[in-house]
Design a protein around this ligand. Structure first.
Ligand SMILES: *[C@@H]1O[C@H](CO)[C@@H](O)[C@H](O)[C@H]1NC(C)=O
Ligand SMILES: [Zn+2]
Length: 347
């Protein structure tokens, strides 16, 4: 019952995961750090040679989710960590992912799919669109938290509006900072964040954002990304609990001033990670292609071993192997799966 009420509240504001501004900014930051080869490859996959080739599709997954055909993908935008903020924060993939998938399994699925080379052009483009979006979503702390459906159920006041904490983190606090939500606004924000990454406050942090990232083990990598953001729920998002925020007359300016730096950090981090991830995927795809060529054209048997190891059966490209085993799921996840999961859940 409660979740239907939440849906009502959420749709009033048209909540999107990081709003359009946040996702486009993540994409523009990423465009500044992909290699020239990856930029050419991504433009070809997406059929868009413009200077906004990633930003243009960064919110496609939210639009798709809102359609009848795309409703199945709603659970892929978040992972519901069943922790206990602000006392304890943690992500446990087996406990938290859910039988119908989550942002971690989705990143694994689309990482494999975008680099596979056997899928149709349409399926490859879909995989890249999902990846660009989900690397953004996973850096939003409330996309890695089950409490009150990622705080969609935490009513607060911001700038004179009554809304919920999730939408303020996704959309209204970023827009307060930048003053709009157009692609031009996102480009301008991305330019600032890129300078921070190259020469400013993030210069010494960026190596840590991508340390250990491995496309052949996306579940481990993306669970680390989720854990990193989820920890912020306890330390920054609601360090004194949700009730303390509901009780505030307005989150602006005191709460906003305290958290906006973390929002900027997470957007920059998402963009830098996305670029590195695409660079790594591209490299491994090129390696795979070269191995295929070596075997087919030159009959080079030395290439056979790594080729066999890197190519998964086509039947596994549906991503089922990335889901947690049902026996590992928590009671809450099994109960939710039994009643149908996703369409009334608005992270
Ligand atoms: C993997 O992606 C395909 C294509 O979008 C989708 O049909 C499938 O359900 C996904 N698998 C998982 C486990 O998310
Ligand atoms: Zn989303």
């Amino acid at each position: 019952m409660a979740s239907y009420i939440v849906l009502g509240l959420a749709s009033l504001h048209g909540v999107r995961a990081w709003g359009v501004l946040g996702h486009a900014t993540v994409a523009y930051v990423a465009q500044n750090f992909v290699t020239a080869e990856v930029a050419t490859w991504a433009k070809g996959v997406l059929g868009d040679t413009s200077t906004s080739y990633l930003a243009n599709i960064a919110s496609w997954a939210d639009t798709y989710r809102a359609t009848t055909a795309g409703a199945w993908s709603a659970p892929l935008h978040f992972i519901d960590a069943e922790d206990n903020p602000p006392t304890t924060c943690n992500v446990n993939y087996a406990r938290d992912c859910g039988a119908t998938g989550c942002v971690v399994s989705a990143l694994a699925n689309y990482t494999q799919r975008v680099g596979d080379g056997r899928l149709s052009a349409a399926n490859t483009a879909e995989a890249l669109r999902f990846l660009v979006h989900f690397v953004g979503d996973i850096t939003q702390p409330l996309h890695d938290e089950a409490y009150e459906l990622g705080a969609n159920g935490v009513t607060v006041h911001f700038n004179g509006f009554t809304d919920n904490l999730h939408s303020d983190w996704d959309t209204y606090m970023p827009e307060q900072l930048i003053g709009g939500d157009t692609l031009a606004d996102a480009l301008s924000w991305a330019t600032t964040l890129t300078a921070d990454i190259n020469t400013g406050a993030y210069k010494s942090l960026k190596a840590g954002w991508i340390a250990g990232d491995t496309p052949t083990d996306t579940v481990t990598t993306a669970t680390r990304w989720a854990s990193d953001a989820n920890a912020l729920v306890c330390t920054v998002v609601m360090p004194n609990g949700a009730a303390a925020l509901t009780a505030m007359t307005d989150l602006y300016p005191t709460y906003y001033d305290g958290v906006i730096g973390t929002i900027e950090l997470q957007i920059a981090k998402g963009g830098y990670r996305l670029a590195n991830w695409l660079n790594l995927i591209y490299t491994s795809e090129v390696v795979r292609r070269e191995l295929v060529d070596a075997v087919e054209k030159r009959g080079d048997s030395r290439a056979l071993v790594p080729l066999e190891r890197s190519v998964v059966p086509e039947s596994e490209l549906d991503g089922h192997k990335f889901l947690p085993a049902p026996r590992e799921l928590s009671k809450a996840k099994l109960a939710r799966a039994a009643v149908g999961y996703g369409c009334n859940h608005q992270h």
